[in-house]
Design a binder for this molecule. Structure first.
Ligand SMILES: NC(=O)c1ccc[n+]([C@@H]2O[C@H](COP(=O)([O-])OP(=O)(O)OC[C@H]3O[C@@H](n4cnc5c(N)ncnc54)[C@H](OP(=O)(O)O)[C@@H]3O)[C@@H](O)[C@H]2O)c1
Length: 312
Protein backbone atom coordinates (compact mmCIF):
# COMPACT_ATOMS: atom_id res chain seq x y z
CA UNK A 1 0.00 0.00 0.00
CA UNK A 2 1.44 3.39 -1.03
CA UNK A 3 1.70 6.05 1.65
CA UNK A 4 1.67 9.84 1.40
CA UNK A 5 2.96 12.48 3.80
CA UNK A 6 0.44 14.21 6.05
CA UNK A 7 0.90 17.98 5.75
CA UNK A 8 4.17 19.18 7.23
CA UNK A 9 4.32 16.30 9.71
CA UNK A 10 6.57 13.23 9.67
CA UNK A 11 3.52 10.94 9.40
CA UNK A 12 3.14 8.77 6.32
CA UNK A 13 -0.46 7.70 5.94
CA UNK A 14 -1.79 4.99 3.65
CA UNK A 15 -3.39 6.31 0.45
CA UNK A 16 -6.49 4.36 1.38
CA UNK A 17 -7.78 5.25 4.80
CA UNK A 18 -10.23 3.10 6.74
CA UNK A 19 -13.49 5.08 7.00
CA UNK A 20 -15.14 4.02 10.25
CA UNK A 21 -18.50 5.77 9.94
CA UNK A 22 -20.35 2.65 8.72
CA UNK A 23 -19.12 0.33 11.47
CA UNK A 24 -20.62 2.73 14.03
CA UNK A 25 -24.07 1.58 12.84
CA UNK A 26 -27.03 3.35 14.48
CA UNK A 27 -28.18 6.13 14.01
CA UNK A 28 -26.73 6.53 10.51
CA UNK A 29 -26.14 3.08 9.04
CA UNK A 30 -27.65 -0.38 9.30
CA UNK A 31 -24.95 -2.40 11.00
CA UNK A 32 -23.52 -5.68 9.72
CA UNK A 33 -22.67 -6.54 13.35
CA UNK A 34 -19.56 -6.01 15.47
CA UNK A 35 -17.93 -9.31 14.50
CA UNK A 36 -17.84 -8.30 10.83
CA UNK A 37 -16.68 -4.80 11.72
CA UNK A 38 -13.78 -6.11 13.82
CA UNK A 39 -12.82 -8.55 11.09
CA UNK A 40 -12.75 -5.69 8.57
CA UNK A 41 -10.44 -3.62 10.81
CA UNK A 42 -8.10 -6.61 11.18
CA UNK A 43 -8.20 -7.22 7.42
CA UNK A 44 -7.34 -3.57 6.80
CA UNK A 45 -4.16 -3.94 8.88
CA UNK A 46 -3.24 -7.15 7.01
CA UNK A 47 -3.67 -5.36 3.69
CA UNK A 48 -1.39 -2.47 4.63
CA UNK A 49 -3.82 0.24 5.76
CA UNK A 50 -2.28 2.27 8.59
CA UNK A 51 -4.69 5.23 8.63
CA UNK A 52 -8.00 4.93 10.50
CA UNK A 53 -10.54 7.75 10.57
CA UNK A 54 -13.40 7.90 13.04
CA UNK A 55 -15.47 10.40 15.07
CA UNK A 56 -17.29 10.37 18.42
CA UNK A 57 -20.63 10.85 16.67
CA UNK A 58 -20.24 7.68 14.54
CA UNK A 59 -22.54 5.32 16.38
CA UNK A 60 -22.44 7.70 19.39
CA UNK A 61 -19.03 6.41 20.47
CA UNK A 62 -19.39 2.88 19.11
CA UNK A 63 -17.07 3.32 16.13
CA UNK A 64 -14.30 4.70 18.38
CA UNK A 65 -14.82 1.82 20.83
CA UNK A 66 -14.55 -0.85 18.11
CA UNK A 67 -11.38 0.75 16.73
CA UNK A 68 -9.94 1.18 20.22
CA UNK A 69 -10.23 -2.46 21.22
CA UNK A 70 -9.15 -3.85 17.84
CA UNK A 71 -6.19 -1.52 17.28
CA UNK A 72 -4.84 -1.71 20.85
CA UNK A 73 -2.32 -4.52 20.10
CA UNK A 74 -0.92 -2.59 17.11
CA UNK A 75 -1.38 0.94 18.44
CA UNK A 76 2.17 2.10 17.67
CA UNK A 77 1.96 0.93 14.07
CA UNK A 78 -1.24 2.78 13.14
CA UNK A 79 -2.27 6.40 12.77
CA UNK A 80 -5.58 7.26 14.39
CA UNK A 81 -7.62 10.27 13.33
CA UNK A 82 -10.76 11.27 15.18
CA UNK A 83 -12.79 14.45 15.48
CA UNK A 84 -14.41 16.93 17.82
CA UNK A 85 -17.12 19.56 17.63
CA UNK A 86 -20.32 17.52 17.26
CA UNK A 87 -22.08 16.71 20.51
CA UNK A 88 -25.45 15.18 21.36
CA UNK A 89 -27.76 15.14 24.37
CA UNK A 90 -29.99 12.31 23.11
CA UNK A 91 -29.09 9.35 20.93
CA UNK A 92 -30.81 10.60 17.77
CA UNK A 93 -29.63 12.50 14.69
CA UNK A 94 -31.77 15.56 15.43
CA UNK A 95 -30.07 15.93 18.84
CA UNK A 96 -26.59 16.43 17.33
CA UNK A 97 -25.28 20.00 17.57
CA UNK A 98 -22.08 21.79 16.67
CA UNK A 99 -19.98 22.86 19.62
CA UNK A 100 -16.36 23.92 19.19
CA UNK A 101 -15.96 25.78 22.46
CA UNK A 102 -12.82 25.17 24.53
CA UNK A 103 -14.87 23.67 27.36
CA UNK A 104 -16.54 21.13 25.10
CA UNK A 105 -13.36 20.16 23.20
CA UNK A 106 -11.48 19.58 26.47
CA UNK A 107 -14.24 17.23 27.58
CA UNK A 108 -14.53 15.47 24.22
CA UNK A 109 -10.83 14.63 23.95
CA UNK A 110 -10.81 12.66 27.20
CA UNK A 111 -13.87 10.69 26.12
CA UNK A 112 -12.26 9.87 22.76
CA UNK A 113 -8.96 8.83 24.37
CA UNK A 114 -10.83 6.54 26.71
CA UNK A 115 -12.97 4.95 23.96
CA UNK A 116 -9.96 4.59 21.67
CA UNK A 117 -7.88 3.06 24.51
CA UNK A 118 -4.91 5.29 23.78
CA UNK A 119 -3.00 8.18 25.36
CA UNK A 120 -2.80 10.33 22.21
CA UNK A 121 -4.67 11.03 19.00
CA UNK A 122 -2.43 11.33 15.94
CA UNK A 123 -4.73 13.65 14.00
CA UNK A 124 -7.58 15.51 15.72
CA UNK A 125 -10.04 17.19 13.38
CA UNK A 126 -12.78 19.75 13.88
CA UNK A 127 -15.70 17.82 12.37
CA UNK A 128 -17.85 20.74 11.17
CA UNK A 129 -17.28 24.49 11.58
CA UNK A 130 -19.18 26.04 14.48
CA UNK A 131 -19.81 29.63 13.44
CA UNK A 132 -21.13 30.53 16.91
CA UNK A 133 -17.70 29.94 18.49
CA UNK A 134 -14.80 32.21 17.53
CA UNK A 135 -12.12 30.34 15.55
CA UNK A 136 -9.53 31.77 17.94
CA UNK A 137 -11.12 29.86 20.82
CA UNK A 138 -11.27 26.55 18.90
CA UNK A 139 -7.73 26.78 17.51
CA UNK A 140 -6.29 27.81 20.88
CA UNK A 141 -7.98 24.82 22.54
CA UNK A 142 -6.44 22.49 19.93
CA UNK A 143 -2.97 23.99 20.50
CA UNK A 144 -3.46 23.49 24.23
CA UNK A 145 -4.22 19.78 23.65
CA UNK A 146 -1.14 19.52 21.46
CA UNK A 147 1.04 21.05 24.18
CA UNK A 148 -0.38 18.59 26.71
CA UNK A 149 0.53 15.72 24.35
CA UNK A 150 -3.08 14.50 24.03
CA UNK A 151 -3.01 15.13 20.27
CA UNK A 152 -0.05 15.11 17.91
CA UNK A 153 -1.45 17.17 15.04
CA UNK A 154 -4.75 18.73 14.12
CA UNK A 155 -6.84 19.46 11.08
CA UNK A 156 -10.31 20.60 10.09
CA UNK A 157 -13.19 19.09 8.17
CA UNK A 158 -15.97 20.58 6.05
CA UNK A 159 -14.44 24.08 6.29
CA UNK A 160 -14.80 26.55 3.43
CA UNK A 161 -11.61 28.06 2.03
CA UNK A 162 -12.30 31.28 3.95
CA UNK A 163 -12.73 29.36 7.22
CA UNK A 164 -9.53 27.42 6.57
CA UNK A 165 -7.59 30.62 5.85
CA UNK A 166 -8.93 32.22 9.04
CA UNK A 167 -7.85 29.19 11.08
CA UNK A 168 -4.38 29.22 9.51
CA UNK A 169 -3.81 32.76 10.77
CA UNK A 170 -4.00 31.35 14.30
CA UNK A 171 -2.64 27.81 14.16
CA UNK A 172 -0.81 25.18 12.13
CA UNK A 173 -3.57 23.17 10.46
CA UNK A 174 -2.13 20.09 8.78
CA UNK A 175 -5.14 18.80 6.88
CA UNK A 176 -8.67 19.36 5.71
CA UNK A 177 -11.17 16.52 5.33
CA UNK A 178 -13.77 17.13 2.62
CA UNK A 179 -16.06 15.19 0.29
CA UNK A 180 -14.40 14.32 -3.01
CA UNK A 181 -15.59 11.89 -5.64
CA UNK A 182 -16.58 11.74 -9.31
CA UNK A 183 -20.01 13.17 -8.44
CA UNK A 184 -18.78 15.91 -6.12
CA UNK A 185 -15.75 17.83 -7.36
CA UNK A 186 -16.47 21.21 -5.78
CA UNK A 187 -13.08 21.35 -3.95
CA UNK A 188 -11.25 21.47 -7.29
CA UNK A 189 -11.98 25.16 -7.74
CA UNK A 190 -10.50 26.48 -4.48
CA UNK A 191 -9.55 24.02 -1.68
CA UNK A 192 -7.32 21.75 -3.79
CA UNK A 193 -5.16 24.50 -5.39
CA UNK A 194 -4.84 26.38 -2.09
CA UNK A 195 -3.81 23.25 -0.18
CA UNK A 196 -1.33 22.28 -2.84
CA UNK A 197 0.45 25.66 -2.61
CA UNK A 198 0.38 25.68 1.18
CA UNK A 199 1.39 22.08 1.90
CA UNK A 200 -1.86 21.19 3.61
CA UNK A 201 -3.10 17.66 3.06
CA UNK A 202 -6.55 17.04 1.71
CA UNK A 203 -8.21 13.94 3.10
CA UNK A 204 -10.98 12.90 0.72
CA UNK A 205 -14.14 11.44 2.19
CA UNK A 206 -17.03 9.54 0.56
CA UNK A 207 -14.98 8.54 -2.52
CA UNK A 208 -17.89 6.29 -3.54
CA UNK A 209 -20.51 9.00 -2.92
CA UNK A 210 -21.64 6.89 0.05
CA UNK A 211 -22.19 3.85 -2.15
CA UNK A 212 -23.66 5.38 -5.34
CA UNK A 213 -20.40 4.97 -7.27
CA UNK A 214 -20.19 1.24 -6.50
CA UNK A 215 -22.74 0.67 -9.25
CA UNK A 216 -24.87 -1.58 -7.05
CA UNK A 217 -27.83 0.80 -6.86
CA UNK A 218 -30.35 1.69 -9.55
CA UNK A 219 -33.07 4.28 -10.11
CA UNK A 220 -35.59 2.21 -8.12
CA UNK A 221 -33.39 1.77 -5.03
CA UNK A 222 -35.06 2.89 -1.81
CA UNK A 223 -32.49 3.56 0.91
CA UNK A 224 -33.41 2.62 4.47
CA UNK A 225 -30.63 4.34 6.44
CA UNK A 226 -29.56 8.03 6.77
CA UNK A 227 -29.47 8.24 2.96
CA UNK A 228 -33.30 8.08 2.87
CA UNK A 229 -33.37 11.42 4.71
CA UNK A 230 -30.54 13.08 2.81
CA UNK A 231 -31.05 16.15 0.60
CA UNK A 232 -33.05 15.34 -2.55
CA UNK A 233 -30.77 14.61 -5.49
CA UNK A 234 -28.09 12.60 -3.74
CA UNK A 235 -30.07 9.39 -3.22
CA UNK A 236 -33.44 10.10 -4.84
CA UNK A 237 -35.04 12.34 -7.45
CA UNK A 238 -34.07 13.57 -10.88
CA UNK A 239 -30.41 14.40 -10.13
CA UNK A 240 -29.93 10.94 -8.60
CA UNK A 241 -31.36 9.30 -11.74
CA UNK A 242 -28.98 11.30 -13.95
CA UNK A 243 -26.11 10.22 -11.69
CA UNK A 244 -27.12 6.56 -12.03
CA UNK A 245 -26.87 6.95 -15.84
CA UNK A 246 -23.33 8.29 -15.38
CA UNK A 247 -22.46 5.40 -13.05
CA UNK A 248 -23.68 2.99 -15.77
CA UNK A 249 -21.10 4.54 -18.12
CA UNK A 250 -18.44 4.21 -15.39
CA UNK A 251 -19.37 0.51 -15.06
CA UNK A 252 -18.88 -0.06 -18.79
CA UNK A 253 -15.56 1.77 -18.80
CA UNK A 254 -14.27 -0.14 -15.76
CA UNK A 255 -15.37 -3.44 -17.33
CA UNK A 256 -13.48 -2.63 -20.54
CA UNK A 257 -10.34 -2.16 -18.41
CA UNK A 258 -10.81 -5.48 -16.63
CA UNK A 259 -11.31 -3.51 -13.46
CA UNK A 260 -14.42 -2.92 -11.37
CA UNK A 261 -16.57 0.15 -10.80
CA UNK A 262 -15.72 0.67 -7.14
CA UNK A 263 -11.94 0.49 -7.58
CA UNK A 264 -11.99 2.77 -10.62
CA UNK A 265 -13.93 5.40 -8.66
CA UNK A 266 -11.54 5.11 -5.70
CA UNK A 267 -8.42 5.34 -7.90
CA UNK A 268 -9.77 8.48 -9.58
CA UNK A 269 -9.75 10.31 -6.21
CA UNK A 270 -6.04 9.57 -5.81
CA UNK A 271 -5.06 11.22 -9.06
CA UNK A 272 -4.37 14.59 -7.42
CA UNK A 273 -1.14 14.68 -5.40
CA UNK A 274 -2.56 16.91 -2.64
CA UNK A 275 -5.01 14.15 -1.69
CA UNK A 276 -3.08 12.50 1.15
CA UNK A 277 -5.57 9.70 1.65
CA UNK A 278 -9.02 8.74 0.48
CA UNK A 279 -11.30 7.40 3.20
CA UNK A 280 -13.24 4.44 1.94
CA UNK A 281 -16.25 3.41 3.99
CA UNK A 282 -16.17 -0.31 4.69
CA UNK A 283 -18.59 -2.54 6.54
CA UNK A 284 -17.06 -5.98 5.95
CA UNK A 285 -13.77 -7.57 4.96
CA UNK A 286 -15.04 -8.84 1.61
CA UNK A 287 -15.72 -5.27 0.44
CA UNK A 288 -12.32 -4.20 1.69
CA UNK A 289 -10.50 -7.00 -0.11
CA UNK A 290 -12.29 -6.21 -3.35
CA UNK A 291 -11.63 -2.47 -3.06
CA UNK A 292 -7.89 -2.87 -2.46
CA UNK A 293 -7.09 -5.34 -5.25
CA UNK A 294 -4.47 -3.63 -7.46
CA UNK A 295 -5.25 -0.28 -5.87
CA UNK A 296 -1.62 0.89 -6.14
CA UNK A 297 -1.92 1.06 -9.94
CA UNK A 298 -2.69 4.61 -11.07
CA UNK A 299 -5.29 5.41 -13.74
CA UNK A 300 -3.70 6.61 -16.94
CA UNK A 301 -4.18 10.20 -18.12
CA UNK A 302 -6.54 9.38 -21.00
CA UNK A 303 -8.80 7.39 -18.63
CA UNK A 304 -8.93 10.26 -16.17
CA UNK A 305 -9.98 12.54 -19.05
CA UNK A 306 -12.67 10.03 -20.13
CA UNK A 307 -14.03 9.83 -16.59
CA UNK A 308 -13.99 13.61 -16.25
CA UNK A 309 -16.03 13.87 -19.46
CA UNK A 310 -18.62 11.32 -18.24
CA UNK A 311 -19.00 13.09 -14.90
CA UNK A 312 -18.98 16.69 -16.22
N1 LIG B 1 -15.80 14.51 7.83
C1 LIG B 1 -17.03 14.21 7.51
O1 LIG B 1 -17.97 14.99 7.71
C2 LIG B 1 -17.31 12.88 6.85
C3 LIG B 1 -18.55 12.65 6.23
C4 LIG B 1 -18.75 11.42 5.61
C5 LIG B 1 -17.75 10.45 5.64
N2 LIG B 1 -16.57 10.71 6.28
C6 LIG B 1 -15.48 9.69 6.33
O2 LIG B 1 -15.33 9.07 5.07
C7 LIG B 1 -15.57 7.65 5.20
C8 LIG B 1 -16.21 7.11 3.94
O3 LIG B 1 -17.38 7.79 3.64
P1 LIG B 1 -18.75 7.10 3.28
O4 LIG B 1 -19.06 6.07 4.28
O5 LIG B 1 -19.71 8.18 2.96
O6 LIG B 1 -18.45 6.38 1.97
P2 LIG B 1 -17.99 5.78 0.65
O7 LIG B 1 -16.65 5.20 0.82
O8 LIG B 1 -18.22 6.80 -0.39
O9 LIG B 1 -19.09 4.61 0.50
C9 LIG B 1 -19.14 3.58 1.45
C10 LIG B 1 -20.25 2.61 1.11
O10 LIG B 1 -20.00 2.04 -0.17
C11 LIG B 1 -20.39 0.68 -0.16
N3 LIG B 1 -19.22 -0.13 -0.56
C12 LIG B 1 -17.91 0.04 -0.29
N4 LIG B 1 -17.19 -0.91 -0.89
C13 LIG B 1 -18.04 -1.70 -1.55
C14 LIG B 1 -17.91 -2.85 -2.37
N5 LIG B 1 -16.72 -3.39 -2.63
N6 LIG B 1 -19.01 -3.41 -2.89
C15 LIG B 1 -20.22 -2.88 -2.67
N7 LIG B 1 -20.41 -1.79 -1.90
C16 LIG B 1 -19.34 -1.22 -1.35
C17 LIG B 1 -20.86 0.33 1.23
O11 LIG B 1 -22.28 0.43 1.15
P3 LIG B 1 -23.29 -0.58 1.94
O12 LIG B 1 -23.41 0.02 3.28
O13 LIG B 1 -24.56 -0.46 1.15
O14 LIG B 1 -22.67 -1.93 1.92
C18 LIG B 1 -20.29 1.44 2.08
O15 LIG B 1 -21.10 1.75 3.18
C19 LIG B 1 -16.42 7.53 6.46
O16 LIG B 1 -16.38 6.25 7.00
C20 LIG B 1 -15.78 8.57 7.34
O17 LIG B 1 -14.57 8.08 7.90
C21 LIG B 1 -16.34 11.90 6.86
Amino acid sequence: MNCRKLGKTELNISEIGFGSWGIGGFPFWNSDGDKKSIRSIEKAIDLGINFFDTAPVYGFGHSEELLGKTLKPVRDKVIIATKCGLTWNKRKISAITRNCTRKSILKEIDQSLSRLKTDRIDLYQVHWPDVKTPQEETMTALMELQQKGKIRYFGVSNYSLEQLKAGLKIACIESIQVPYNLLNRSIEKDILPFCKSNNISVIAYSPLASGVLTGKYNKETKFTDWRSKSIPGDFSGEKYEINIDKVDQLKKLAFSLNDNTTRTAIKWTLNDSSIASTLVGVKNDAQLKENLKGIDQRLQGHLISKLNRIFL
